[in-house]
Design a protein around this ligand. Structure first.
Ligand code: HEM
Length: 207
């Protein structure tokens, strides 16, 4: 089987796969992690382990969402129908990640702002979270219809949110660690793959 016919078969099969199960799966995974944490299944530091698992899940989904366009453009694989579910599931994990920190870790709303201002990696994570809020609020057909071309412009915030998420990870790890750098490298590669050299050259010539 050639690569092209393999992709065509995959596209045909994927048409039959619904996107909606992503939401119960995301909520289910959050619930399962919380249950594990509460019953001793997340080790001696359950809150930290919970934050980590939720933060990583959010970053994986941000990356998966960023991969949709390059995969379609460069490999012909059409995952467009899953993009909204990927983005909103990512948001579910970021909200849960934030709540695990604010409610279980800090345990005081007063300390939330103090920590955001005091700890640069929290500031950066919070900036990523803030960018995802308008994206989540406009991930519906009504917003797409009403915002028109501005919807696409607004949704470019995903690039910044993913970069902030990766930088937040790099800033919080102690010492030199490859894992967060690999996340950043993958995000940068996916962003580079979105660039269209032809269009860039035209813009450059127009000045
Ligand atoms: C785009 C948004 C965000 C993404 C993608 C993200 C992702 C991550 C990742 C990947 C980790 C490290 C997981 C590991 O160690 O394996 C992490 C840790 C952490 N994040 Fe976030 N994060 C985001 C936003 C936030 C926000 C808004 C807060 C709180 C205001 C926050 C607080 C933390 C804390 C406290 C840790 C450290 C847990 C620990 O190791 O003690 N993050 N995050």
């Amino acid at each position: 089987m050639s690569f092209t016919s393999l992709i065509e078969t995959a596209n045909l099969q994927l048409r039959r796969v619904p996107a909606w199960p992503a939401y119960p799966l995301a909520f289910g995974y959050v619930g399962w992690l919380v249950w594990l944490g509460a019953t001793g299944g997340l080790g001696v530091e359950p809150v930290v382990a919970l934050q980590r698992a939720l933060g990583e899940a959010a970053l994986y989904l941000l990356i998966a969402g960023l991969a949709v366009t390059p995969l379609r453009r460069h490999a012909g694989l059409n995952l467009l129908k899953f993009r909204r579910a990927l983005g909103l599931s990512c948001f579910i994990f970021v909200v849960a990640h934030f709540l695990a920190w604010a409610v279980l870790d800090l345990q005081s709303l007063g300390r939330v702002w103090a920590d955001i201002v005091k700890r640069p990696y929290i500031t950066v994570g919070m900036a990523g979270f803030a960018l995802l809020i308008p994206l989540a609020l406009t991930s519906n057909n009504w917003s797409i219809r009403h915002l028109g071309a501005r919807w696409r412009q607004l949704h470019r915030l995903t690039y910044a949110a993913a970069l902030l998420g990766a930088v937040h990870y790099i800033m919080l790890v102690k010492g030199f660690q490859m894992r967060p750098l690999i996340f950043l490298a993958v995000i940068l590669i996916l962003l580079l793959l979105r660039l269209r050299p032809g269009r860039l050259a035209m813009r450059f010539q127009r000045g």
